[in-house]
Design a protein around this ligand. Sequence first.
Ligand code: PLP
Length: 370
Amino acid sequence: MNDIPFLDLRSVNLAHQQALTAAFARVIDSGWFILGDEVDAFEREFAAYCGVRHCIGVGNGLEALQMVLRAWGIGPGDEVIVPSNTYIATWLAVSEVGASIVPVEPDLLSYNIDPQRLLAAITSRSKAIIPVHLYGRVADMADLAEIAKPRGIRILEDAAQAHGARYRGRRAGSLGDAAAFSFYPAKNLGALGDGGAVTTDDDALADSLRMLRNYGSREKYHNERRGMNSRLDELHAAFLRVKLPYLDRENAMRAATASVYTHELEGLTELELPTPCPDGDPCWHLYVVRHPRRDALRRRLAELGIHTMIHYPVAPHLQPAYVDRGGSPGLLPISERLHAEVLSLPMWPGMPADTVARVVDAVRQACASC
Ligand SMILES: *Cc1c(COP(=O)(O)O)cnc(C)c1O
């Protein structure tokens, strides 16, 4: 029997092959590759999808986060609160603008930033909070707003894993002062290369970002700010326009797979499954389980032909990139425990039912011998 990959990205994109090829031909034929009709149209379509006034297409998710912080004037001397258990890009965006990272531990049921701990981390220098909707489940935005609003602290959603996720009827991307998305190929809405976007209802912020992404220029060769070059390409915008209309359907396919996993894996000793989400619908970017002997479980699954991933194996504060912050083992124990125990099972839209069933059988078998 063939191995089961963690993610079959080839089949995900082949489902759109004809339309992607047509989009490619259309862009070549237009002779226009940077900031044109395709980006304009995608920005309108994605803003409408998220339920906000503005979408600004940028180079990638990291730069989307970074440019919002810059546009808000956040820099040296300021503090930005981030989850302790996130992909390192959330932290890198804060470092890039020269602000201080204040990591806050997650809630063990949602894996998202814990509002109570966050409250304790606030100081007079706190300027922004970056909640990450980890694995596609929206953070507790109502509690975060209650803490941030009266203190004048801004909320920047890291929605890089949350395309289409809902919270109390609203979409990720419309729940803070601004949101950053990534269109990295493996995300729920993925380009065929790098891409990103900011969504916001703030007209002034949108205006600043349109300058910042384009050398700080509104008018060609006139530079008001020291900007960057970070733009969503016409080609990727055209590809994303092909895939956006299918995002809800593809997220529903992921949710169906997640529900089979949860139903069929319930009750296995020592295996922790994702908990129900009372506040909305996750978009199931990842289906993450936990096990005290995660590495043994992962090895056993590999022997059975099931490929899995770890999101993420090393906590940001223990990465060599952040040694100068003085992060040592034991400093953020919840995060460290999660990084040692989490395991992501295979998940993609269109994953065949018999493939899901094989993963279920293998996890049952592996749990019995770990
Ligand atoms: C993917 C990701 C990013 C970075 O996006 P890129 O487009 O790869 O730069 C940021 N935050 C989180 C949580 C992510 O998963």
